[in-house]
Ligand binder design. Structure first.
Ligand SMILES: [Zn+2]
Ligand SMILES: [Zn+2]
Length: 290
């Protein structure tokens, strides 16, 4: 590593001011969205915020994560388009970059190259890495995504798509019930910041708190509580052990709306080739740990 190359961790890697300022402004607007909904309540604005939370949250979990990063199932082009549009509205980077970081996270979990390793600290894993340059990542192939024209389309028009879905559409819809500003603030920014912290809690909370049910040698843990906040992504120990499985919560009582969505879509032909690790293999992994 050269003298100028960044490393991971607070104070060691280069601060990206534009990212930090965007994060601060988004949090201020998110708080303004809460104040607005409390002081000038509208069921329509509240409902839109919830709908945008569902659409964008699932686009990260079922889309960016389980479909694009892990290829745990195949999806119709319209489903991909939806996930790419609402995924952009989460301002967590293009699918291409998000997945590249995520593949490195799995391949080098808890090592120096892991971009959001909890070894660099809880808050680093949560949000610090987002506004720092971090160390140069080892190459992990994303040629499958680079060859996908829809993924390339999103990468090319990322900011325009993000603004259109996160700001323009909520504003235009809110106009119909005379609350365009409230819709932008609440469905745009309050929803955005909520989705950020939900996603980030996977990298921080589930790598620090929870249960190691299926593998002991990585820091990812299972947390039903985090699953409630993250569309089912909290079963992170299972996920680190069986990355290609389209499920994260495998028991019937596990809260995993991302799994339910993918499964339901398979029944109407929108998704297919859902990967399920054989139960015997899962049971063996569990027995090894206990
Ligand atoms: Zn992880
Ligand atoms: Zn993953």
């Amino acid at each position: 590593m050269t003298a100028t190359a960044a490393t991971n961790g607070w104070g060691k890697s280069q601060l990206v001011w534009s990212s930090l300022i965007f994060i601060i402004v988004a949090h201020i607007l998110a708080i303004a969205g809460i104040v607005h909904i409390v002081t000038d309540f509208s069921w329509w604005t509240l409902g839109l915020g919830f709908l945008w939370y569902l659409f964008s949250g699932l686009s990260i979990t079922a889309g960016y994560h389980r479909l694009f990063s892990h290829k745990s199932y195949e999806a119709h082009a319209l489903v991909k388009l939806f996930f790419l549009a609402f995924g952009a509205a989460c301002a967590q980077n293009t699918a291409l970059k998000w997945c590249a970081d995520h593949r490195v996270h799995h391949k080098f979990a808890d090592q120096d190259s892991d971009p959001y390793s909890v070894r660099d600290g809880f808050w680093w894993a949560h949000i610090g890495w987002v506004f720092h340059k971090g160390c140069e990542r080892p190459h992990v192939s994303c040629s499958d995504l680079e060859a996908d024209p829809l993924v390339q389309w999103q990468a090319k028009h990322y900011i325009a798509i993000a603004l259109f879905v996160a700001v323009v559409i909520p504003g235009a819809l809110g106009f119909f019930w005379d609350d365009a500003l409230g819709a932008i603030l609440f469905a745009g920014f309050t929803r955005l910041v909520w989705t950020w912290h939900a996603t980030f809690s996977i990298n921080s909370v589930t790598h620090r708190f929870g249960k190691k049910t299926y593998c002991k040698n990585e820091s990812g843990m299972d947390s039903g509580l985090v699953a409630l906040l993250t569309m089912g992504e909290g079963y992170h120990n299972f996920h680190h052990r069986f990355q290609t499985d389209y499920r994260n919560g495998i028991k019937w009582y596990h809260y995993d709306p991302s799994k339910w969505l993918v499964f339901m879509m398979s029944k109407i032909g929108l998704t297919r080739k859902l990967v399920r690790v054989p139960q015997k293999v899962i049971d063996n992994a569990r027995a090894e740990v206990s």
